[in-house]
Write a protein that binds this ligand. Structure first.
Ligand code: CA
Length: 229
């Protein structure tokens, strides 16, 4: 069964450190991309927002602090969790790092296990189903670890695309997603799929969710898209 991997952007100018991070994050099952400096990082985020950023403080030209500040100033990027890495251990620096809006702060040399745990904590907040959490909406329960969905006492059988659609909706009930947003999240931005395909899969998801009775929890928002609840 497929599930879109959480995406992590590493921003680190030292190649050896970058590779250690890449190796460990890929081993955890994340899709990893790397930037060597702050300018490159900001451009990459503009092209496609990652789910999380691991950002080194000490970078040439634009420092990690400045990159973080810029990301947290913009509406489209401020929700992306940033874990700041730093060799500076003084409390005042830690405070400064968190004041720029960094979501967490890890001091070098760090323990890989601890960093991975913190990455997971941040991702759980923004992509709960991608890290195997269980989500509940009214009588619908989705378990992202076992790929099981139940409604009341009934098991709901879903194809991989319908499962990912439902995960997306259940992560943010009430949020309206346009067809293009759903294509990006569920199919991925590199695949060309007609927007009408979204309607077809929404139809299948609706049918599966209401097969054993119960109201249709999906709402069609005219001219805008779809929402759960
Ligand atoms: Ca560095």
């Amino acid at each position: 069964m497929t599930s879109a991997k959480p995406t992590v952007l590493i921003v680190e100018d030292e190649p050896a450190q970058r590779e250690v991070l890449r190796y460990n994050l890929e081993a955890e099952g994340y899709a990893v991309s790397c930037a060597e400096n702050g300018e490159e990082a900001l451009l990459m985020v503009q092209e496609g927002a990652p789910d999380l950023i691991v950002l080194d403080w000490m970078l040439p030209n634009v420092s990690g602090i400045e990159v973080c500040r810029q990301l947290k100033m913009r509406g489209e990027t401020k929700a992306i969790p940033v874990i700041m890495l730093s060799a500076r251990s003084e409390e005042v620096d830690r405070v400064r790092g968190l004041e720029t809006g960094a979501d967490d702060y890890v001091i070098k040399p760090y323990s890989v296990a601890e960093l991975m745990a913190r990455v997971r904590t941040q991702l759980r907040r923004v992509r709960p189903t991608a890290v195997g959490e269980q989500l509940t909406y009214q009588d619908i329960v989705l378990d992202a670890e076992t790929y099981r969905v139940t409604r009341g006492d009934n098991e709901i059988k879903l194809g991989p695309t319908e499962f990912r659609l439902l995960s997306t909706f259940m992560e943010k009930p009430g949020r309206v997603y346009s067809r293009d947003q759903l294509l990006d999240r569920v199919w991925g931005r590199d695949i060309y799929v007609d927007t009408r395909t979204v309607d077809v899969h929404i139809g299948r998801l609706r049918k599966a969710l209401t097969r054993h009775g119960g109201d249709d929890p999906l709402r069609t928002v005219r001219g805008a898209g779809y929402a759960l609840g």
